[in-house]
Design a protein around this ligand. Structure first.
Ligand code: AMP
Length: 122
């Protein structure tokens, strides 16, 4: 069941206003907020407001308006955080092999320091 959505996941609770978040940007279909356990000086999560588990779920099933909004929200966050000049990394973990902790689509935007190689063996 790769696309079954758990409405009790923590980002669904954030979207319902049940728990707080440190908002960076909110648009019609997307929300960006600072990661609670930042792994770099800049570590922002960008999520769609719709109930999508992963990027492939979103890209397959979201409306054109949602996809446009989400893509532009990611760009806006990069602009707001000024990461384009020195570079940044975008990560979207999915499923067991991707070690996805929260089963609501999120893109991590990491920057503010050199981030090392993408993957370490192990
Ligand atoms: P992932 O392993 O890709 O699913 O990453 C989930 C991310 O969500 C981790 O980097 C967590 O630190 C982050 N996270 C979990 N709970 C919260 C929260 N309440 N607010 C902000 N970030 C969170």
């Amino acid at each position: 069941m790769p696309y079954s959505y758990d409405t009790d996941n923590i980002f669904a609770k954030i979207l319902r206003g049940e728990i707080p978040n440190d908002t960076v940007l909110e648009t019609e279909h997307s929300l960006a907020f600072n990661d609670i356990r930042p792994q770099a000086p800049i570590h922002v999560l960008v999520i769609p407001k719709g109930a999508y588990v992963s990027y492939d779920d979103f890209a397959s099933n979201a409306s054109d308006a949602e996809i446009l909004d989400y893509t532009r929200a990611i760009a806006k966050v990069c602009e707001m955080k000024g990461v384009a000049a020195e570079g940044f990394r975008m990560i979207s973990n999915a499923g067991a092999h991707g070690v996805q902790e929260v089963p609501h689509l999120h893109v991590h935007i990491l920057g503010g320091r050199g981030l090392g190689r993408m993957l370490e063996r192990g």
